[in-house]
Design a binder for this molecule. Structure first.
Ligand code: GDP
Length: 447
């Protein structure tokens, strides 16, 4: 989702690149663009002001570092300000807090259609799988007859228990019955999915607040749809004021939402964004890491998330090897081919591509042309037509080899060129990110 903001900021930094040292004019120019980019990306005005003020203060006050380009310096400062606006890095893990006596109640709140029920299922699946918890799902939605059945279905798919449906009960009665059953049958976690409404209304808030007072949930998670932009921020504010939330789950980050909501929501509510929903499938749930999202917003890709997600799908040892090779700048065409194969398994293709550095433009092309699997298959075929030596050292692939590879894979020489160029870009970016990791971004060479 953060693509739009990323691309816009990228434009600012491109213009800054190649100039001399950072001057006050440079900072002001950049800030004007950053401000517009953030506003266009739906970031709330106070948050925009806060970020730009921080960047100005730091950039102008800071001694100019002669050895790097101004763009790099501003990137670093903007990156840090974004991380702070997203909640900072030093608050520990952003996942769910289950540190309470079992059964731990988790209350899910939000508007209808935000993805609340789906997210309840995702959380149940994750807790059962990764954390080996015994989870009970219960729907308190007595307003929409199908809601309880929907949750029951999801529970089946996630292979967790759901509270038997009893007609005629109030949300409060259902919640209490769920907690009773959980205590009796020694469940670890109870996920309570409340009723949503199409818009904020007092009755909804009162109902949710009453359940909250009775159950005293350890987590009250507000589910908001990232696609609703500024409305998501207003929803978050209202729920936080009327009910109180301990964390936010932002859904549909797999869509092309403008990334601003993430920046604003934390600032407006003070509640951390804990999880991201990135697709309709039950395993499309990601942890939220401010530094990685800031990196994504800045268009630097997100190698850590990529490797982490890969690790869950592929063999652990393989993933570690891949991460190590990426870090050492030894990412090879063979790794790339292996990755293309894994992408299918990992769910959303555009989500994956968004994490790879330097492929923002390719991603847009793929989405426009809707050609994703075709391109992947073709790229796999091209790599498959190379000799092991060519895969290890693609620089030896000159014209005649290109013709042979193209003929062998049914691709054009142009397509072979495109793949090689893309791979080169990706590897360069990984090397630079690695350097940044070692020396800090200031001296890292982002331009
Ligand atoms: P609720 O009314 O808040 O309980 O919303 P639902 O859980 O029923 O979700 C509404 C629709 O959004 C369903 O079609 C879900 O499959 C879809 N959905 C939920 N979360 C996501 C997500 O993270 N990404 C995408 N693309 N769709 C989602």
């Amino acid at each position: 989702m953060f693509e739009a903001l990323g691309n816009r900021l990228q434009g600012v930094f491109d213009r800054l690149r190649g100039r001399g040292a950072l001057s006050e004019d440079d900072v002001n120019d950049a800030l004007r663009e950053v401000r517009i980019a953030l506003l266009e990306a739906d970031v709330a005005l106070p948050v925009v002001k806060d970020i730009t003020a921080k960047v100005r203060e730091r950039a102008v006050g800071q001694e100019v570092i002669r050895s790097i380009q101004p763009g790099q310096q501003v990137v670093k400062i903007v990156h840090d300000a974004l991380v702070e606006a997203l909640g900072g890095n030093d608050e520990g893990p952003r996942g769910l807090d289950l540190n309470a006596p079992a059964p731990v109640p988790i209350l899910m709140v939000g508007l209808q259609g935000s993805g609340k029920t789906t997210t309840s299922g995702k959380i149940a699946l994750r807790l059962r799988g990764k954390e080996r918890k015994k989870v009970l799902l219960a729907s308190l939605d007595v307003h929409r007859p199908a809601a309880q059945l929907q949750l029951e279905q999801l529970a089946k798919r996630a292979e967790v228990a759901s509270l038997p449906i009893v007609a005629g009960q109030t949300p409060l009665q259902i919640a209490e019955r769920a907690m009773d059953q959980a205590r009796r049958e020694l469940f670890d976690v109870v996920v309570l999915d409340t009723a949503g409404r199409l818009a904020i209304d007092e009755a909804l808030m009162a109902e949710v607040a009453a359940v909250k007072a009775a159950v005293k949930p350890h987590e009250t998670l507000l589910v908001v749809d990232a696609m609703t932009g500024q409305d998501a921020v207003n929803t978050a504010r209202a729920f936080n004021e009327k009910v109180g939330v301990s964390g936010i789950v932002m859904t549909r980050v797999d869509g092309d939402a403008r990334g601003g909501a993430a920046l604003s929501m934390r600032a407006v509510t003070g509640a951390p964004i804990k999880l991201l929903g990135a697709g309709e499938k039950l395993d499309a749930l990601e942890e939220f890491h401010p530094d990685r999202i800031a990196g994504r917003i800045l268009g630097m890709g997100d190698i850590v998330s990529l490797v982490e997600r890969a690790a869950e799908t592929i063999d652990q040892a393989e993933a570690e090897k891949l991460a190590a090779r990426m870090q050492k700048g030894q990412f090879s065409l063979e790794d790339y081919a292996a990755q293309l194969k894994q992408i299918g398994k990992m769910g959303s293709l555009s989500g994956m591509l968004g994490m790879l550095p330097g492929v923002g433009k390719l991603k847009a092309q793929i989405e426009n042309a809707n050609l994703d699997t075709t391109i992947l298959k073709k790229q796999s075929a091209i790599i498959g037509s190379m000799t092991p030596k060519e895969r290890r050292a693609p620089e030896i692939i000159k014209a005649s080899r290109k013709r042979r590879i193209a003929a062998g894979s049914g691709a054009s020489v142009q397509e072979v060129n495109r793949l090689l160029k893309q791979f080169e870009d990706m590897r360069d970016m990984m090397k630079r990110m690695n350097k940044m990791g070692q020396k800090g971004m200031m001296r890292g060479g982002l331009a």
